[in-house]
Design a binder for this molecule. Structure first.
Ligand code: PRP
Length: 224
């Protein structure tokens, strides 16, 4: 690696997605020992040998860092990509963080969905909800933005239904709610800044193909 090679910077989504991403990177020989110290409050980590930098960010900020080129590469959930609508190339489905974006509510609410009634929809994802109801279902709805624990919406009478992520379904079950309609499947995606993709195409494509190989191998191991 030449001395004046530029750093490639990764923006990772804090939490489980970052942990899984680092485990996958490790498989292709990209390690960042500095990042394994969970007690550290440091925000940016460097691998001098490979000329790589990593930082952790809140999910919705990852596509922003990538669009503006503050990070060359990002790892973020498809839900966040759809919601934020930032400019970046989506290059790889990492296959983990699998879940579904769904319309959920009490079972009775399915009638309201069938008859295109004017209903209230609580969600952390107003862009996704709007697109689904307006463009796909042609149903006019009132969308109410919440910041978390969205399942409360129908329980306390704020909304008729919610649009939210369902992974195991246990949050719904424990709160007497159910999936009424599925909007789309979700998983973690790798995104790349559009300029970086041109300027650093060799290094980035090399990382992408190694990751694809590693994903294939781990899929095969899972099948066995
Ligand atoms: C997410 C999502 C659901 C829950 C689904 O919430 O909004 O509430 O996970 O998972 P499950 O189907 O496995 O129960 P998160 O934990 O991210 O917190 P939030 O409610 O504050 O958004």
């Amino acid at each position: 690696m030449s001395k004046d090679e530029k750093y490639l910077t990764f923006a990772l989504t804090k939490g489980r997605l970052a942990d899984k991403t680092l485990a996958l990177m490790d498989k292709i020989g990209i390690t960042c020992t500095e990042m394994q110290n969970k007690d550290s409050r440091k925000l940016i980590f460097v691998n001098e040998e490979l000329k790589l930098k990593f930082f952790l960010a809140k999910g919705p900020d990852v596509p922003t860092y990538v669009e503006y080129g503050a990070a060359d590469i990002g790892v973020v959930g498809k839900d966040t990509l759809l919601e934020e609508g930032r400019r970046a190339y989506e290059v790889l489905d990492l296959g983990f963080g699998k879940c579904r974006m769904c319309v959920c509510g009490p079972r009775e609410a399915s009638e309201l969905l069938k008859h295109r009634e004017m209903i209230r929809v609580a969600t952390k994802y107003p862009v996704i909800a709007k697109d689904y109801f307006y463009n796909r279902k042609h149903q006019t709805v009132d969308i109410i933005k919440l910041n978390g624990s969205v399942e409360l919406g129908p329980i306390v009478g704020l909304s008729d239904v919610i649009v939210d992520i369902v992974e195991t379904g246990s949050t719904l079950r424990e709160n007497g709610l159910t999936v009424l309609e599925e909007i789309c499947p979700l998983s973690a995606r790798m995104i790349v800044n559009q300029v970086s993709m041109q300027m650093e195409s060799k290094r980035i494509n090399d990382i992408i193909s190694k990751l694809k190989e590693a994903l294939k191998t781990s899929e095969k191991q899972e099948v066995k």
